[in-house]
Ligand binder design. Structure first.
Ligand SMILES: *Cc1c(COP(=O)(O)O)cnc(C)c1O
Length: 411
């Protein structure tokens, strides 16, 4: 086994990897951006492809000896094009943030105006926040959500009309409703803006047809490959042929050096997996499980932002119980449930404290959790909110979490 090979050289690192495997096996993973890649994906990432320099594009490299990685990268590109119905795919971005950066480098000039969802409403750092390059190099404006947790499309339109951004960005990290890509494109067209759809979170749902696709609406589609798509950590950019050469140039030499061909091989394997009927069943179950968790929580007198979920995630709103997101995420960790604190709309707390906890079902669905398991998870979470300072109660809840994990062995 790989772990023995590592142990023979570096027992310290091997120990921590083994402990991490145990942690993943024995805790309920509800971080909405995480998943468990298949053994085939993990294996592809740990291969001799790691050793190869391949700057450039397949068959147009700056190094020799690329005949094998060329075919692997082409396979990955073709699979993206087919799965997402797009004209061009660049599979080299090292991450979702790099994918977004490359699109900005290609489509924008420093000082241009961009319009993206604000961070507290569920947007991503790379969509124009002040601590990120996207907020430093561009004039970043934001839109938010209404009291139902839905994008305020009229507000998007109004800001767009008023400020004429060069690019509108849709897609989010913590948004539980279906995104209306058609409406976004209409708004973009009305002011001559590019539309970028960042489907990092929902890519697996889009691939499976469980969420509408931005294909045909967005000029640029970016994604990560490790969230609902269940591949290795990385990014992808999709666009029409007319932008292909410019996007490729923006990735390399624009912002990156050599592509990670071992990770690209992992992406290719994950994309093949995502094209199978089993993956469609998986994606459908992610959504069913999210709905079951939301219903279960509301049955236990918990508040969910927007009152329901239409995708793979939701935000538990703790204001009613005077708890903070930070406090509850730590309590959940004590009982074997991993989740992250998250702001709620009009959050009275700071982003470091927050009043919410984001809960997602992609990872537990990979393990095999079904609706009845999500109801049990909802009961465990609600009990934790009510008995967060009762040690005996928490120990009991931890046992219940572990029991669920043992029901669905991992790796
Ligand atoms: C996760 C995420 C990213 C960034 O992905 P990284 O691989 O962590 O860089 C970008 N956009 C959105 C909407 C995300 O949710």
């Amino acid at each position: 086994m790989e772990i023995d090979i590592i142990r023979a050289v570096d027992p310290q690192v091997a120990d921590y990897i083994e402990k991490e495997l145990k942690r993943q096996q024995t805790t309920i993973e509800l971080i909405a951006s995480e998943n468990f890649a298949s053994k085939a994906v993990l294996a592809a990432c740990g291969t001799v492809l790691n050793n190869k320099y391949a700057e450039g594009k397949p068959h147009k490299r700056f190094y020799n000896g690329c005949e094998n990685v060329d075919f692997i990268e082409e396979l990955a590109q073709e699979r993206v094009k087919k799965l997402f119905n797009v004209g061009h795919a660049n599979v080299q971005p090292h991450s979702g943030a790099q994918a977004n950066m490359a699109v900005f480098l290609y489509a924008l000039k420093p000082g241009d105006t961009i319009l993206g969802m604000d961070l507290p409403s569920g947007g991503h750092l790379t969509h124009g926040t002040s601590v990120n390059f996207s907020g430093m190099y561009f004039n970043a404006l934001t839109y938010g959500v209404n009291e139902h947790g839905c994008i305020n499309y009229d507000e998007v339109e109004k800001i767009a009309q008023q400020h004429k951004p060069k690019m509108i960005i849709c897609g989010a990290s913590s948004y539980s409703k279906i995104i209306d890509f058609k409406r976004f494109r209409e708004i973009a067209d009305s002011v001559g803006a590019y539309l970028m759809a960042d489907i990092a979170h929902i890519a697996g749902l889009v691939a499976a047809g469980v969420h509408p696709s931005p294909s045909g609406y967005a000029h640029f589609i970016t994604t990560t490959t490790h969230k609902t798509l269940r591949g290795p950590r990385g990014g992808i950019i999709m666009c029409d042929e007319e932008h292909a050469a410019g996007i490729d140039k923006a990735v390399f030499p624009g912002i990156q050096g050599g592509p990670l061909e071992h990770i690209i091989a992992g992406k290719a394997v994950a994309l093949l997996e995502a094209s199978k009927p089993e993956f469609k069943t998986y994606a459908e179950q992610i959504v069913k499980n999210a709905k079951a968790l939301a219903m279960g929580l509301m049955d236990e007198a918990m508040d969910i932002v927007g009152g329901c979920t239409e995708n793979h995630l939701m935000t538990l709103d703790l204001r009613k119980y005077n708890k903070t997101g930070k406090e509850m995420a730590n309590v959940l960790e004590k009982i074997g449930i991993t989740a992250n604190k998250n702001t709620v709309p009009d959050d009275p707390q700071s982003p470091f404290v927050t009043s919410g906890v984001r809960l997602g079902t992609p990872a537990v669905t990979t393990r095999g959790f079904k609706e009845e398991d999500m109801i049990e998870v909802a009961k465990i979470i609600a009990s934790a909110v009510f008995s967060s300072d009762n040690e005996i109660g928490l120990n009991n809840l931890k046992e219940r979490s572990l029991k669920l994990c043992l029901k669905y062995p991992l790796y």
